[in-house]
Design a protein. Structure first.
Length: 354
């Protein structure tokens, strides 16, 4: 079968690999991916990795490079192990990609996404979504509601990341929210904040072409931090108070400072985007203004039914974040390369794998 495999920095190859063979384990599910999204984590691996893709065997999964990529996916169930009861052959599913031990301190407390040996389908697992077939554990397979398409199913994972950030910020109906960064998570965070009932949702994005693409996500306004003092502008629009919640989705120090400056005293800043460098903070400001600064890592592994229900109801129109689609054969030149272009206009690219 064909698969997009990561071998090292700037080295992703669409090549022939062996299909899954042998009997399934009792709790395993054989799947045929349908659509798969390219994630910011995939891009980090492409331009600067290996970071989370294991060079040596992963302590939980045993996986190591080269790695079939793709952890945002919808799929069809092909076969199931003898103990699987939650899905059956022919079911349409969305995959929750995290793999956890179930026995460490955090897993025993229901914080499986913080598992001390966590792995991830498509990053540190033998299989990934950018391929013809793959194998997951049954707890990773969630049946799609009839109202949710395969494309929407491939967006449940990044939608869960964005919604987890919004939820950790405590966004309530009527709240004023700032989102920094109009990448896929930022775009979905705007949609998630709207779904939570936020009043005004402002989006800050310096890339003019990407900002134009993001203009129909439902943000009150898209602000350009290159020519606008975002903090001053938002304070003027909020009677000098500031926004209630700021959600940082770019992993950029300047954007984090903007969030801290734009949020009201006793407000909340949620760091969702991953920083690859240290970020200097004025902790006196955090103390004096009693700000809450929260980090988020992925999402609760139990979120899939709720996120899918939000999508099915129409309250969370995740498909609006999709800016392009391509095929498995063109994953690199029409998927990864446009997304790493600093002047590019792409937000979320989906790959059809069948």
């Amino acid at each position: 079968m064909k698969a997009a495999r990561y071998h090292g920095v700037m080295d992703i190859r669409v090549e022939e690999v062996e299909e899954p063979t042998g009997d399934l384990g009792p709790t395993q599910v054989l799947i045929r991916p349908r659509w798969c999204g390219i994630c910011g984590t995939d891009l980090h691996e492409y331009v600067a990795g290996p970071i989370v893709t294991p060079v040596d065997p992963h302590p939980l999964t045993g996986a190591q490079l080269p790695q079939i990529l793709g952890h945002e996916l919808s799929a069809d169930v092909v076969a199931v192990g003898s103990e699987v009861t939650n899905v059956a052959p022919g079911d349409r599913i969305s995959v929750m990609p995290l793999v956890f031990c179930g026995t460490c301190y955090f897993c025993r407390r229901g914080l499986n996404h913080l598992c001390q040996t966590m792995g991830c389908f498509g990053l540190s697992w033998d299989w990934g979504g950018l391929a013809g077939l793959g194998v997951v554990e049954s707890y990773q397979a969630w049946r799609l509601p009839d109202e949710v398409s395969y494309e929407q199913g491939a967006l449940v994972e990044p939608a869960a990341v964005a919604e987890w950030g919004v939820a950790q910020g405590g966004v309530r109906p009527g709240d004023r929210v700032l989102v920094t960064g109009a990448g896929p998570i930022g775009a979905l965070a705007v949609l998630a904040a709207r779904a939570a009932g936020a009043g005004d949702v402002y989006l800050s994005e310096p890339n003019e072409r990407r900002a134009r693409r993001a203009s129909d996500l439902g943000a009150t306004e898209v602000l350009d931090p290159r020519g606008t003092d975002v903090v001053a502008e938002l304070r003027e629009r909020t009677e000098g108070v500031g926004v209630d919640v700021a959600i940082e989705c770019s992993g950029n120090e300047a954007a984090l400072r903007t969030c801290l400056g734009a949020v009201r005293t006793h407000g909340t800043v949620v760091q969702v985007g991953l920083h690859v460098k240290d970020a200097g903070l004025d902790m006196m400001e955090v103390s004096e203004r009693e700000l809450t600064l929260k980090g988020t890592w992925c999402y609760s592994v139990h979120e899939w039914p709720r996120i899918m229900a939000m999508i099915a109801s129409g309250a969370f129109p995740v498909e609006r974040a999709v800016s392009a689609r391509t095929s498995l054969d063109h994953t690199v030149e029409a998927g990864f390369d446009p997304l790493i272009d600093p002047q590019g206009d792409q937000i979320k690219i989906l790959v059809e794998t069948t």
